[in-house]
Design a protein around this ligand. Structure first.
Ligand code: AMP
Ligand code: GLY
Length: 423
């Protein structure tokens, strides 16, 4: 059968690559794709974004399943549009995707259904928001309500910093509608982990655990980014904690969505903060897989991803099982000069390694230009490797990363540092 993946990042390259491994799959189209999906065997890029043109393409080419990578098309209702056209697609409908597209919706939802999360209030008035910050004190977290591609969260160390964030969102309207309301929440301390599941409206199948590295610089310093590297599994998520997250967060979330009349089907990502005592709280929900967490997770997935998605679409995930490689996986993101600001693009990339069983290169911000691969975005490549230990996975990934060169390339040298310290 023929499939379609929507998106153009490292996550989508990994998803398309993994789907193409299925013996039942003939070809995977990626819309719009990147330099990696343009050159990978079994994949083909499709320069389309408009839903109605994608729907026509799926009808004409008899695409049997579409899988959506990023949040923007989900929030814009791509799943609703495909379903209305009678096409099979995996992801939440627009109303369910509000778990990510509105932080205020997500917080109200969590409180209504008793999920552990930080205390908060929502404001559209800057004076009231500032007064709340003054009453609560710093540190405190200011979040734009809507989708902001990673630019909507400010962890403010001082009240002045929180006031500045409120001004940016509510007064200067820097994010437009996405920043017309702000959620101001309690600062939580602890260690973060990414907890992802597949959901079929009622049941959840947990994927392998993972941990992202959000800050640009080594030692978790510098500005927040979309993610500079990831590992799987995340040792902070012990089997006991895993069971608690399923019981206290994932299952109540699915039950709550069903009860509210918007059953959730698709990948669901809970960003967790785990405090010193080992209690998990939900920082956010994403209605999609994480990027770059997907790259190490899918490198470890031994089961057929198409089969798992079919279980999710048929409502039988309670009968599905996912089989994971026992090895650890680690992904190092190679980013362009000036990322996470406006990145430098158009540079030729040299030293790209060939694929090996234990090391794969997933492209993100790249494009194919004649025979050359050029940089085309902030996060350019994700070198992802397996190893018998996390340390060996790191060694393998860095060996490959160190050989790649492009103008202004920057990457963290310490991906996995928290887990490695745990031994
Ligand atoms: P979010 O998009 O809501 O996950 O926020 C992005 C990042 O900001 C998270 O990955 C955390 O590192 C940080 N963050 C968000 N909310 C909080 C919070 N309540 N306390 C501390 N850090 C937070
Ligand atoms: N890596 C974090 C995210 O995908 O939201």
């Amino acid at each position: 059968m023929k499939l379609l993946v929507i998106g153009s990042g490292g996550r989508e390259h990994a998803m398309a690559w993994k789907l193409a491994q299925s013996p039942r799959v003939q070809k995977v189209y990626v819309a719009p794709g990147n330099g990696g999906t343009a050159t990978e065997a079994g994949l083909e890029n499709l320069p389309l974004g408009d839903f109605s043109r994608l729907i026509s393409f799926c009808r004409e080419e008899q695409i049997q399943l579409t899988v959506v990578g990023p949040e923007a098309p989900l929030a814009a209702g791509i799943v609703d549009a495909f379903q209305e056209a009678g096409l099979r697609i995996f992801g939440p409908v627009r109303a369910a995707a509000r778990l990510e597209s509105s932080k205020d919706f997500a917080k109200q939802f969590m409180v209504r259904h008793g999920l552990p999360t930080a205390r908060y209030e929502t404001f559209s008035d800057a004076t009231r928001a500032r007064a709340y910050v003054d009453r609560q004190g710093a540190p405190i977290v200011v979040k734009a309500d809507g989708l902001a591609a990673g630019k909507g969260v400010v962890v403010a160390a001082s009240a002045a910093e929180a006031h500045a964030a409120i001004d940016t969102f509510l007064v200067q309207n820097r994010l437009g509608d996405a920043g017309a309301r702000v959620v101001i929440e309690e600062y939580l301390e602890g260690e973060e982990a990414s907890f992802m599941v597949m959901a079929d409206g009622a049941h959840a199948l947990a994927l392998a655990t993972s941990q992202d590295h959000k800050r640009l610089g080594d030692g978790d310093r510098g500005p927040n980014t979309g993610g500079m590297g990831a590992i799987s599994p995340a040792p902070v998520v012990t089997p006991q904690l895993h069971a608690r997250v399923m019981r206290e967060i994932i299952q109540p979330a699915l039950a709550g969505m069903a009860k509210d009349g918007t059953p959730y089907t698709g990948f669901l990502y809970a960003g967790l903060m785990i405090d010193k005592a080992g209690n998990p709280r939900t920082l956010e929900f994403n209605c999609r897989l994480g990027d770059p967490e997907t790259q190490p997770i899918l490198l470890r997935l031994k089961s057929d991803l198409v089969g798992l998605i079919e279980h999710a679409l048929e409502g039988t995930l309670d009968r599905a099982e996912a089989d994971w490689d026992r090895r650890a996986a680690l992904c190092v993101v190679l980013a362009a000069a000036n990322y996470p600001g406006e990145p430098r693009t158009g540079d030729e990339i040299h030293g790209l390694p060939g694929a090996a069983e234990d090391c794969r290169l997933f492209h993100a911000g790249t494009r194919l230009d004649g025979g050359r691969i050029l940089t085309n975005g902030g996060r350019v490549l994700g070198v992802t490797a397996l190893g018998d230990s996390l340390k060996l996975a790191a060694r393998r990934a860095y060996e490959a990363a160190d050989a790649i060169r492009f103008q202004g390339m920057q990457y963290r040298k310490d991906i996995g540092h928290r887990a490695l310290k745990k031994g």
